[in-house]
Design a protein around this ligand. Structure first.
Ligand code: NI
Length: 172
């Protein structure tokens, strides 16, 4: 089932999310719904707070090549356990901040630990777009958005655009 994606500014996007204690069927369903919502958007990542659920859960799939098999990842309680000193700059966007893009500098390579859909502990090294995406999504679980990396003026400009967009949507 597709869920509604919250648009910034929203207090739920600024909250620190709670770790998932028990992997219930309800949480698995939530993760599946998030993947469906993400693919439909379309986007390469989605965090639970973006649909108003304040649990530490993210989904992502950064496969971009046409014809390449999709690789949906579901991560409960994801944690960055190591980051490279080398950095990478990507033009980031966010499904909660539609049609706004800006360059963000982040570690190029990260080691991430998480619990998968079956409740198994996983660990993997991510590079390039995958590394950027997983860091962006984990930020969401700590109430942080990519625009928080920008200079205040640019951030305020984007926030004002989003407020206007929300007013227009509410009127429609
Ligand atoms: Ni985002």
């Amino acid at each position: 089932m597709k869920r509604t994606i919250l648009i910034h500014p929203d207090p739920r996007l600024k909250k620190v999310c709670a770790p998932v204690a028990d992997l219930t069927d309800e949480l698995r369903k939530l993760a599946d719904d998030m993947l469906e919502t993400m693919y439909d958007a379309p986007g390469v990542g989605l965090a639970a707070p973006q649909i108003g659920v304040l649990d530490r859960l993210i989904v992502l799939d950064c496969v971009k090549e046409e014809g390449e098999a999709p690789r949906p990842l579901i991560m409960f309680n994801p944690e960055i356990i190591a980051s490279s000193d080398e950095t990478n700059v990507y033009e980031e966007g966010c499904l909660s901040i539609p049609e706004q893009y800006a360059e963000v500098t982040r570690p190029k390579v990260v080691d991430v630990a998480w619990i998968d859909r079956d409740g198994n502990a996983q660990q993997e090294t991510f590079d390039g777009l995958w590394a950027t995406c997983v860091q962006h999504e984990i930020d969401h679980l700590n109430g942080k958005l990519f625009i928080d990396y920008l200079k205040p003026l640019k951030r305020q400009m984007i926030t004002r655009k989003m407020q206007k967009l929300k007013r227009e949507k509410a009127r429609a």
